[in-house]
Design a protein around this ligand. Structure first.
Ligand SMILES: NC(=O)c1ccc[n+]([C@@H]2O[C@H](COP(=O)([O-])OP(=O)(O)OC[C@H]3O[C@@H](n4cnc5c(N)ncnc54)[C@H](O)[C@@H]3O)[C@@H](O)[C@H]2O)c1
Length: 257
């Protein structure tokens, strides 16, 4: 039986992923604020340390898979917390569990980023310095320039930094025998999207978000891609980002990829 960690397992994409993997025979160690095998707050350094330690104890230091789904959306006003979970919390788990993944069988990790990762470039990313130095206290000041829309600004910045961080780990993780990829969803029907759609700042844009496949994605559709990327069929896929968005990125930016 494969042992796989899923963060954000209590809701949305994480819950669908945990369920599909359980159905495929994985033993799941879920990590979330509540309703999970490991409860921890990935927004705080302490919470991240506790999460990694509790997972290592439960898996006895050996993991076959990792999927990071825990995240906060742009509607959250505390911009430091958005980057705290979506970037710093995710990377702490990814790096903290690498030794256990190295000890696993055909190990692989999938990081849920977002199409928002392409909405800012690394050169213009306001939290590039904070993530490069690991100084989380710089984040709030760095995204203040986003004004009323600083939540979206922080979200795109955190997801851009996350995809860059994964790509930067391709050489080390490949040499370690652990595959690492990102999945970048567009709009997917989850509580996070519903909360953003109810926000007066973002609601109209989200409701008007018309992809060529004219509907939102379903969590189980993202989970299916994640399951494939974790599987032996994906053995040569490493360091890549997979957009799964009903075609909206191709429609809006056909020459940028
Ligand atoms: N839904 C979308 O349209 C969409 C689009 C692109 C990317 N994403 C990404 O997909 C991932 C999953 O989002 P979702 O839409 O399923 O959202 P969701 O709100 O349904 O699930 C997110 C989960 O993360 C957990 N979480 C939040 N803060 C946490 C913390 N501090 N510590 C531990 N767990 C925490 C929540 O409790 C929740 O169970 C996120 O990273 C999100 O950015 C979602």
């Amino acid at each position: 039986m494969r042992t796989t960690v899923v963060t954000g397992s209590a809701s949305g994409i994480g819950a669908a992923t945990a369920q599909q993997l359980r159905d495929a025979g994985h033993r799941i160690i879920g990590v979330d604020l509540h309703s999970a095998e490991v409860t921890a707050d990935l927004a705080t350094p302490h919470g991240r340390e506790d999460a990694v330690a509790a997972v290592l104890e439960r898996c006895s230091g050996v993991l076959d898979g990792l999927v990071t789904c825990a995240g906060l959306g742009p509607h959250v006003d505390d911009v430091t917390r958005i980057a705290g979970v979506d970037y710093f919390g995710t990377i702490a788990v990814v790096d903290g569990l690498l030794p256990a993944l190295r000890a696993g069988r055909n190990p692989a990790a999938v990081v849920i980023s977002s199409v928002a990762s392409t909405h800012v470039s690394w050169a213009d990313n306001p939290i590039a310095e904070a993530v490069t130095t690991g100084d989380e206290s710089l984040v709030a000041a760095a995204v203040e320039a986003g004004g009323d829309y600083r939540g979206q600004f922080a979200y795109a910045a955190a997801k851009n930094a996350l995809t860059v961080a994964v790509r930067r780990r391709a050489a080390e993780w490949g040499a370690a025998g652990v595959r690492l990829n990102t999945v970048a969803p567009g709009a997917v029907d989850t509580p996070l999207l519903a909360a953003s759609a109810e926000d007066p700042r973002y609601g109209e844009a989200i409701r008007g978000f018309a992809a060529p496949i004219a509907r939102h994605g379903r969590p189980d559709e993202i989970a299916s891609l994640v399951g494939y990327l974790l599987s032996a069929q994906a053995a040569f896929i490493h360091g890549a980002q997979f957009v799964i968005d009903g075609g909206i990125d191709a429609m809006l930016r056909p020459t940028a990829f």
